[in-house]
Every structure is written in C-alpha cells, then in structure tokens.
Design a protein around this ligand. Structure first.
Ligand SMILES: Cc1ncc(COP(=O)(O)O)c(C=O)c1O
Length: 473
C-alpha cells in the first residue's frame, strides 16, 4: 500500500496563495517546504495534475510547471503507474536509528528494516522551528555560547511544561542535557557509589541499565510495578537499596502505565526506605489512545529526580533532554554533569524551546502516524499463532509473549529476511532469559512496517514450530 496525499489535503497544507508571486513558483515552493518540514514524507504520491487543478483553482500549465520544477530540484520523481511521487533530495539517510547495544554495529542500509530502535521520525514543523532558531542566533553569537545548565528560555519552557502537568517547577531545578540518557548518567554519577544497590523493573530499557552498570551500581531486578507491586515493595525493603529507576509512563518495552494509586504507594515506599526515585519520562508524551490519567511521579514524590527528553516527542536528532531535580540535589547533579560535558548545543536548545512553546507536546499528525503504525504491528497477533500482547495505550513498542522459548531464534530468522529485532534477553536486568518475549517497536512508517510484519510472520512460521522448541504448558 502506498502513501498518498489527496488534492484537498494538499490544498489545506499549502495554505492561501501568496499574492504577487507566479503561481507555479508558489506551488513548487509550497510543496518543497512541506517535504523539508516532514509533512509530506518520502515516497508519498502527489495528486494527479487534473485533481490539483480543480482543488487549487489554478491552470494545468501551473501544475505541470510546478511538478517539473520539483522533479528538477530532486523533490519529486515520475514513477510509472504512480504519477508524481515525493522525494527527499538525496533520499533519506540510511541508519539513524537509536542504537541499542546489539544494533549499533549491525549492517544497515536501504533493504534492512531496523526494528531495534523505538524512535519515530521528526515532528512536522521541525524545519520551521530550526528556521526560527537560526534567526534568534545573533543574540547568542555575541557571547561565548556555553550554557552548562541550559539556555534560560529553554529551562523556563521546560519548567512551564511541568507546571502545566500539575508539578510547579522552578527553572533553577532544570538542567538541560544532551538527551535523557545523558541525564540519567549524570544523576548516577552524582549520587551513586560503587556497589550501591539500585532497583530496576525487569524488563527494562537496556541503555539506562548499561549507564547504571558503568556507574558501578549493583542492579537488583524487580518485577513490573503494574504486575506485582507487593513484590517490588518487598525487593526495596529487603535489598537496602539507595535508588530505584522507574518508568511509570509507557514503560519501555512493555508500554505499561502506573496508576495514581501505584504511584502513591511507590512514592511512600521510597520515602520510608530513604530511596531516591529516578523517574524516566522519555515516553510520557507518546499517548495514542488517551492522555495518561495520573499525576507525574514528581507530584507524588517531591524528592524524586525526573528526566525528560525531546527525542520521542520532537526528534531524536536534536539530542536534547533534561533533568528536573529537587533543590537539594540539583547542585551535585550539575557538578557531575560538568565532568561529562559542558552543555548542549545552543541552536538545538532554541529549537526545543520554540517547539515546547508552540506545539507543546506530540503533534496530532505524529500521533496519527504512530497510531496507524501500531495497528500494522498489532496485526501480528493474527498472523503469528500463539503470540499475545497487552495492547499499550501509548509508547512506541509492543512487548509480545511467545508460546515457545524462541526469541533469539526468531531474531536470527528475521535478520535473514532483512529485519533487525532485539531479543527479549536484551531487556533483562541480568542480560539473560526472557526467551519467551520479543519487542517490536512501531515507530517506523506504516509502509515499512507492513514489509517488516510480512518478514516477521514468515520468520515465525519457520521458528515457531521448529522441533526442539520448548512449548508452553
Ligand atoms: C525509556 C527511555 N529512556 C531514555 C531513552 C533515551 O533518550 P534520549 O534519546 O533522550 O537520550 C530512551 C530512548 O529510546 C528510552 O526509551
């Protein structure tokens, strides 16, 4: 199935015609801007010339000329049987997915679909935010450009977002970082000593696990709060832990969300056990069916440290995240951060400040795209006998339960068919087991995911029934 844009939709996206300029120039430039800004994706079929003539009320010559200009400049190509199709000049850059330990060194290329990464394409409107930020740069270029805690207007915009979510926040509590992972690393460096026990739900996001291990922590696995909160409380009580790293909003990889009751209970446990809660809210904005119906963890546990990110909401390539720290810890974290780097790039900080002020959260267009993509991969339930999933209300991945211990074999079979997957064991706290689980991120576009789903279903038909696999009882 190909993606197409209707003449009506294109006319809405283009907006009113600019008076004075020749019509073909306005049309060609308008479409070029939509491509540059991610509103028309690479491979989208444009309306036929005839349809566009009717929708825009322009002459046939205008449309023919505009399409000709776009083809000349590499923004479109004529495809036999499909008319004119949008192109990004030079094509999308292969790779660029968020690296997990296993995937960073994997071959990537046009024919490989990388499902090890759970990161969506940029928000529509990113390019415009960059243009705005470039215009603001002269005020900054006059100075040295170091903002180790963050550019003031971004720190304010982030603090405002917390306040809007019901957690009053002073901009002084915000430290801008080069992504959520860098934020976590700075927190761990500031607060942990060698061999300090830290509780983490298992499965979990592998990169933050590695950051903990590199900080010398002794990671203690616990079940998911949403499945066995009593057991989690027991682990905290017994292990004398100093810290718990939590993902209450669309946990990666399961997509689980903690209820207000669960948040309140864990917050009480942290307080009574002297545990520092570190809350990873990277996925908080990625609600698909309905917004999260619970207060942010910082509302329940004022002493917790929160990390957030622009990576999933706006774009991973911005490399902007942040820490929200209680006043008592912000100085120590800021100092630890200075031993790692001296700040995030100013231009990207301005872009994020702009996006937080104008768009505030995940755009409706991105939400629709991700929802459509999720539907494609949920279809695996019908194609892969025995696969089970709790459909998540948000986040970027499905966490499938397999009927046999065949996660690693499935990864190998899928790779032979050009799809890279991360096995369940990668998400285990001790790096082993979880052979009955596989994560399938649905952050890529619908068309690519249809190809991926075909390959995964085929791989499963080879692996699932292989003799020797341990069947469930
Ligand atoms: C739970 C979680 N934390 C942190 C990160 C890393 O975020 P960033 O790109 O902001 O470093 C990710 C990225 O997938 C994630 O899923």
């Amino acid at each position: 199935m190909e993606t197409r844009v209707s003449a009506r939709r294109l006319s809405v996206l283009l907006g009113p015609r600019v008076a004075g300029a020749p019509a073909y120039g306005w049309l060609a430039d308008g479409i070029r801007r939509l491509v540059a800004d991610g509103r028309l994706l690479h491979g989208t079929r444009l309306p036929s010339e005839r349809e566009l003539v009717t929708a825009l009320g322009v002459s046939r010559t205008t449309v023919t000329r505009a399409y000709g200009v776009l083809r000349e400049r590499g923004y479109a190509s004529a495809v036999r049987g499909s008319g004119t199709v949008v192109q990004v000049p030079g094509g999308p850059v292969a790779g660029g997915g968020e690296p997990l330990e296993l995937s960073a060194l994997q071959p990537s290329g046009e024919d490989v679909i990388d499902l090890t990464c759970a990161a969506p394409a940029a928000t529509p409107g990113l390019n415009r935010a960059y243009e705005w930020a470039v215009e603001r740069m002269p005020s900054f270029i006059a100075g040295a450009g170091y903002f180790p805690l963050g550019v003031p207007e971004l720190r304010e915009a982030i603090a405002t977002r917390y306040a809007e979510r019901g957690v009053p926040t002073d901009p002084d509590q915000i430290i801008v970082t080069t992504g959520a992972l860098a934020g976590l690393a700075a927190i761990f460096r500031a607060t942990l000593h060698r061999a300090d026990p830290v509780v983490v739900e298992s499965p979990t996001y592998p990169n933050s696990l590695r950051a903990l291990q590199h900080a010398g922590a002794r990671v203690v696995g616990a079940p998911l709060v949403t499945e066995a909160i009593d057991d989690v409380a027991g682990v905290i009580r017994r292990s004398g832990v100093r810290m718990m790293v939590a993902m209450p909003d669309f946990h990666n990889p399961t997509g689980a969300v903690w209820s207000d009751e669960e948040r309140a209970r864990i917050a009480r446990k942290w307080r009574s056990s002297g545990v520092t809660g570190v809350v990873d809210e990277t996925m908080s904005d990625i609600w698909l069916d309905r917004p999260i119906d619970a207060r942010p963890m910082a509302g329940h546990a004022p002493d917790c440290v929160t990390v957030g990110s622009a990576s999933k909401t706006f774009w991973g390539g911005l490399r902007i995240g942040w820490i929200r720290a209680p006043h008592a810890l912000s100085g120590a974290i800021a100092r630890a951060r200075l031993s790692m780097d001296l700040g995030a790039p100013v231009l990207e900080q301005l872009v994020v400040a702009r996006l937080l002020r104008t768009q505030r959260e995940l755009s409706a267009e991105s939400r629709q795209r991700i929802t459509d993509s999720r539907r494609v991969l949920l279809g695996l339930a019908e194609r892969c006998p025995g696969w089970q999933v709790d459909a998540p209300a948000g986040g970027l991945s499905l966490w499938w339960h397999l009927p046999t211990e065949s996660s690693t074999a499935l990864v190998t079979a899928a790779e032979r068919r050009g799809v890279l997957l991360a096995p369940g064991s990668l998400f285990a706290v001790d790096g082993r087991g979880l052979e009955r689980w596989i994560r399938t991120p649905y952050a890529l576009d619908e068309m690519t995911l249809r190809r991926a789903a075909d390959a995964i279903a085929e791989a499963w038909s080879e692996v699932g029934m292989r003799p020797g696999a341990v069947r469930s009882h």
